[in-house]
Design a protein around this ligand. Structure first.
Ligand SMILES: *[C@@H]1O[C@H](CO)[C@@H](O)[C@H](O)[C@H]1NC(C)=O
Length: 489
């Protein structure tokens, strides 16, 4: 027992020394500024920092969107909305009554629309065909009657011919040949044509039956609103600005489909901040989701888009990363702006906004390009950490950097050296340089302040925005939202 106690004490002392080490540094000069981290200073003897990197400018120029149209008076607007909502069940719960409002659950219901259209076409065809067949059978009846008449005439002629000798016999033979030919046509050619037509009709009828059955099944499936643990709002669009312009003016989860070639997906739309239209690509607020993830996770996206907190709508955002492929695609559809909103643990809020924001595709490791800062949080992405100087600051600029995760090192810190990887030390996937002035996907520290020894690698791996709170303060909340850029009136 004594030994065990001694052993414990030993471990404790060793640990204390460890801690004391750091304390000594901090206690040595209490007035010294808090060590700004973020950068990885050069080992002057051996290293040179090469900040040169191909920096593609963000997409700028003409916007896909014009200025927002002036809004209808509030009273009328709501009336229109109500009308739309009451009419909706008639549309099978799928298509919003008003075309302006877009369509719901595009996969299922577009199929239904397509089939209904198909059915209309087929019906017209069949009706035409029916008429043709009727005409044909009528005309073949006429011919039959004609031939019948001819047969009678022939019989009569044969009676007469017995009296009129050879001349008439000659004529009769001709008539007989003709009669045989016509009869042959009626008995074999016409019926076989009719049979073919009949079988074509039968086949088409079968097809229509199948289409009808499929439509019924689809109708049944569409009776229930499409739910994926959250009811999906009626309005959908290319992104949240599109949704806003179609009338989706409440913040919450929506289904967006930026490109009809890809599956639609869920996203949280902020429709209130700066008049709305923001597609949320990143959100942190309670540490409920682990952001220390692999390349594939960051590529595809992870986390929870939104929750229903008992209101019947998913209008409470969760923690998530939308996914680099999606972010890249959205940002490349045209000039795009980005808004990064932050909150500290006392409730203060700041933001950083860039008029231009583009993320390249995976081929170039999602190179980041931003331009046109405004805001209150500090321009970390373009200028780096203002608490650092010279090269030390340059190495914390994020503009022009590729994306890195702990399993895919594309940062500017000794490329190729596996012991020098920003993402491994700083806790998340990000556009690390050498390494960061901001770290929105870093570790979530409850309460804000944290220290070197709380960090896994002794680095500032929290949710850091150095130009606001320094390296050793992890924010309470941060969100990244994008919107197609358009001139405000
Ligand atoms: C860069 O940082 C290192 C260590 O943090 C420091 O020794 C050096 O003086 C800094 N350089 C500049 C130009 O501030």
């Amino acid at each position: 027992m004594k030994w065990l106690l001694l052993l414990c004490l030993c471990i404790y002392t060793v640990q204390c020394e460890d801690y004391d080490d750091y304390d000594r540094v901090e206690k040595a000069d209490p007035k010294a500024p808090v060590d700004p981290r973020g950068h990885r200073p050069l080992d002057k003897a051996r290293e040179v920092y090469n900040p040169v990197r191909y920096v593609p400018p963000p997409i700028s120029g003409g916007s896909r969107y014009t200025v927002r149209p002036t809004e209808a008076p509030i009273g009328r607007q709501e009336h229109v909305d109500d009308e739309d909502k009451t009419e909706q069940p008639d549309a099978g719960g799928c298509t919003h009554a008003s075309k302006r409002m877009g369509e719901l659950c595009p996969t299922g219901c577009e199929l239904r629309t397509a089939m209904l259209k198909q059915e209309r076409n087929v019906k017209v065809e069949v009706n035409k065909l029916q008429k043709d067949v009727d005409t044909l059978s009528r005309s073949s009846n006429d011919i039959y009657n004609y031939v019948d008449g001819m047969s009678n005439a022939l019989r009569e002629r044969q009676l007469v011919s017995n009296e009129n000798g050879d001349l008439v016999t000659q004529y009769t033979e001709d008539l007989e040949t003709q009669h045989a030919f016509a009869k042959e046509a009626i008995n074999t050619v016409f019926p076989s044509n009719l049979r073919i037509l009949q079988s074509v009709m039968d086949k088409i009828r079968l097809k229509i039956l199948r289409v009808e059955k499929a439509i019924l099944a689809q109708k049944d499936a569409c009776q229930e609103p499409c739910t994926v643990s959250c009811p999906i709002p009626v309005v959908s669009g290319k992104e949240c600005e599109d949704i806003y312009r179609k009338g989706g003016k409440d913040s919450g989860m929506y289904l967006i489909q930026p490109d009809s070639f890809y599956q639609p997906y869920k996203v949280y739309c902020d429709q209130t901040t700066q008049k709305g239209g923001w597609t949320t690509v990143q959100n942190r607020m309670d540490g409920s989701v682990d952001f220390g993830r692999r390349w594939d996770d960051y590529r595809r996206g992870f986390g929870n888009i939104a929750f229903d907190v008992g209101k019947g709508h998913c209008n409470t955002p969760g923690e998530y990363w939308l996914g680099n492929d999606r972010i890249s695609q959205l940002s490349k559809m045209g000039p795009t702006e980005v808004l990064m909103e932050m909150q500290d643990w006392s409730g203060s809020k700041v933001y950083a906004q860039y008029k231009q924001f583009t993320v390249q595709s995976e081929i170039t490791n999602y190179v980041l390009a931003v331009h046109g800062y405004s805001g209150t949080a500090g321009n970390g992405l373009l200028e780096g950490a203002l608490s650092l100087f010279g090269e030390n600051r340059t190495m914390t600029i994020h503009n022009g950097m590729m994306f890195s995760t702990y399993d895919r090192d594309n940062d500017n810190w000794s490329p190729g050296d596996p012991s020098k990887q920003c993402s491994r030390e700083d806790g998340g996937g990000w556009w690390y340089n050498r390494c960061h002035s901001s770290n929105p996907n870093g570790r979530y520290y409850w309460g804000g302040s944290y220290t070197r020894n709380m960090a896994k690698h002794g680095t500032d791996d929290g949710m850091v925005w150095m130009n606001w709170k320094g390296s050793w303060y992890s924010l309470k909340a941060i969100a990244m939202k994008i919107r197609p850029f358009f001139e405000s009136p």
